[in-house]
Design a protein around this ligand. Structure first.
Ligand SMILES: Cc1cc2nc3c(=O)[nH]c(=O)nc-3n(C[C@H](O)[C@H](O)[C@H](O)COP(=O)(O)O)c2cc1C
Length: 340
């Protein structure tokens, strides 16, 4: 029985081969950051206010001006076809039905155009620069704009590929997975934006008709640099513990980034979001929205599109319940005073 986001993993593990499961589940080195992402949420405590009329509860908000029904979305994750033959088209359809933001990965199994056709909901495109500030990167950005994606999410925490030992032990090769967006199979793990640096952001903003979000910011210093370089939003993330191990949980650095950004850009967070109580905690600490990675691919593997729809519904129900019990009838009423 699927009662919450964690319930999908065991079924998914049975259905996926050991290699695909290891690819989805693993994190780098000792997986300290992976564990910490969830533990840090569990350490937070909520401060409920009572006798607030919560009968007309509203979870809606906007992300860079795009209306969404819930303050959470689907994080970009690679090669959904490993989980289900319909790949990202199934995941994106479920997100659209829930009114949740769907962020399609550069490393999707399906092309960004196919995903856009399947999903008439709010959608962003996650960018790994293919040739740094070059024509192949520009072509991806232009395709995303033409296909109705409303922001470019530049992932900035992949300066080098990290080692995920569970996959190495199994000899499982990500680079054999076919890609819908790239001419060839995907590169050595995710393609690293090795030479992409702050000055290339000006180039990206110049060629992109869409606002640029920086995903993978973990410090106040980089949060400030991001807005100084014109980022429309900053996405606090440690890549689900898959890049530098032993960085803090994303929820533990959210506040310093929010303070550095100082209202000049929207701030999002991912990493370890599993419960409605996690959603309200992140919102209370200043996130405008949160994103969910692994549980969505586990739900896809466990029960196809219906699984993703159920996972999103369960998280929406939990978020509504947490808001009601917290005494916050809508998203703007969730404040710093609601969390310790
Ligand atoms: C299997 C897998 C593949 C991922 N692929 C990408 C990707 O292609 N692009 C990207 O920006 N982030 C990628 N991520 C990171 C997610 O966007 C997100 O930061 C992370 O999964 C959030 O943590 P969570 O899994 O605890 O929810 C991937 C994560 C996983 C688990």
């Amino acid at each position: 029985m699927f009662l919450n986001l964690r319930d999908f993993e065991a079924v998914a593990r049975e259905r996926l081969g050991p290699g695909a499961y290891a690819y989805y589940a693993a994190a780098s080195l000792d997986e300290v950051t992976l564990r910490e992402n969830e533990l840090a949420f569990a350490r937070r405590r909520l401060r409920p206010r009572v006798l607030v009329d919560v009968s007309a509860l509203d979870t809606a908000t906007t992300l860079l001006g795009t209306p969404v029904a819930v303050p959470f979305g689907v994080a970009p994750t690679a090669v959904h076809a490993l989980a289900h033959a319909d790949g990202e088209c199934a995941t994106a359809r479920a997100a659209a039905a829930a009114g949740a933001m769907f962020c399609a990965s550069t490393m999707s199994s399906r092309s960004l155009e196919e995903i856009a056709q399947a999903c008439d909901g709010p959608r962003w495109f996650q960018l790994y620069p293919q040739d740094n500030a070059g024509p192949r990167t520009e072509a991806l950005v232009r395709r995303a704009a033409a296909a109705g994606y409303s922001a470019i999410v530049l992932t900035v925490d992949l300066a080098a590929p990290a080692r995920r030992e569970p996959e190495l032990r199994l000899g499982w090769m990500f680079s054999e997975q076919p890609s819908g967006n790239l001419a060839s199979a995907v590169g050595a793990d995710d393609v690293p934006p090795m030479r992409f640096s702050w000055r290339d952001l000006a180039w990206l903003r110049g060629v992109s008709p869409l606002p640029v979000v920086l995903k993978g910011i973990m410090t106040a210093e980089d949060g400030r640099l991001a807005v100084d370089h014109g980022a429309a939003a900053v996405w606090v993330s440690n890549h689900g513990g898959r890049q530098l191990d032993r960085v803090p949980a994303s929820i533990d650095v959210l506040e310093e980034v929010v303070a550095a950004v100082a209202g000049r850009a929207e701030v999002y967070l991912d990493g370890g979001v599993r419960r409605g109580t996690d959603v309200v905690t992140a919102l209370a600490l200043g996130a405008r929205a949160v994103f969910v990675g692994r549980p969505m691919i586990y739900a896809l593997a466990a029960a196809a599109e219906a699984g993703v729809a159920l996972a999103l519904q369960l998280l929406a129900d939990e978020t509504r319940n947490a808001m009601a019990l917290l005494g916050t009838p809508d998203v703007p009423s969730i404040t710093r005073a609601h969390v310790i």
